[in-house]
Design a protein around this ligand. Sequence first.
Ligand code: NIG
Ligand code: FE
Length: 409
Amino acid sequence: MTDLRDAPFDGLLLGAHLATLDGAQAYGAVEDGALAWRDGRIAFVGPRSALPADAVGSAREVIEADGWVTPALVDCHTHLVFAGDRAREFELRLQGATYEEIARAGGGILSTVRATRAADDDALFAASLPRAQALLRDGVATVEIKSGYGLDFETERRMLRVARRIGETLGITVRTTYLAAHALPPEFKDDADGYVDALVEWMPRLHAEALVDAVDAFCEGIGFSPAQVRRVFEAARALGVPVKLHADQLSDLGGAALAAEFGGLSADHVEHTNDAGVRAMAAHGTVAVLLPGAFHVLRDTRLPPIEAFRAHGVPMAVATDCNPGTSPLLSLRQAMQLACTHFRLTPEEALRGATVHAARALGLPDRGVLRVGARADFVRWRVQHPAELCYWLGGHLAEAVHVAGRRIP
Ligand code: NIG
Ligand code: FE
């Protein structure tokens, strides 16, 4: 039997510096590194000088690279499957209307629900695919996609199926999140509890079709109360599905603590999260997902408690929140840039936030880091230093994105 450790590498990359994000070194940096993979997993990572003697000669493919290589980016919070757009609401907000006023007047999420219900499968797919492609072009190989613009069984199902189809089409990992508890549909006007009954009943049916990797809710005055979210989470727990929460974005309803109490993968937005919420997240290992795109677009001023997250060791992820209302953002690198400028993350924190901590927010410990055994998902960047990833606004810095070793076209 061949000892796998001695089998030739499927691929070997030389000539670049590596930001492994592993170990205590800044960026886990390895200058003049070598990265090798076998069967889609990293088999060697380290300085080129430490490569086994015959590695270069025996590797099936050798890539001569330059610049920097990082783990592929992980976008752990998006709503990128939807139809239509909300540019007109953007104009209204610039004239002084607030996000909440527009929502209460029947616009906001419900206007995207109308457009999404009206689109058939192919139209929804055709509208959404380019958004995932844009993320991929800027380095994303794993993306979370939420439902929540259907708010009826069939359209929620359609959104989740379209999300799966995007992953299959592009060859990237898509994690689906069931977010029927996003807004109250017109059929249940004035009956939020009745709607929660309905969406709880849909959940196991969608889960049985392998469409639900996680469950989310919008815990907010214009969304669902903590008591209603608790019922959604109990249904998820009964199915063994992990939860996450849109928590404390516009007001403090104790959402972060609620997510943590259910062992939530993440609490997202968290601008208004209080100290008890931060402590609960630390105690339960719940990741804080920062969404600076929504903060920026809503011209928010309330900063998430970044110092408290640092002090309590709560991992901070960064995501695009790509959605038509509050964050029409099609680059995770731009989200990293905004996290640095608005939230004062260091570029290294932002990069860890868009890789290793984002992977944790999806319950995927096998990526977001260059380490032996991890998936060989990585990006070759045209940069001289990893801080450049957070420095440029725009531009096309990704030379190539590799998934399980293979270059994605
Ligand atoms: O994460 N807050 C709720 N959900 C989205 C916004 C969705 C929308 O406005 O369409 C968010 O900001
Ligand atoms: Fe969101």
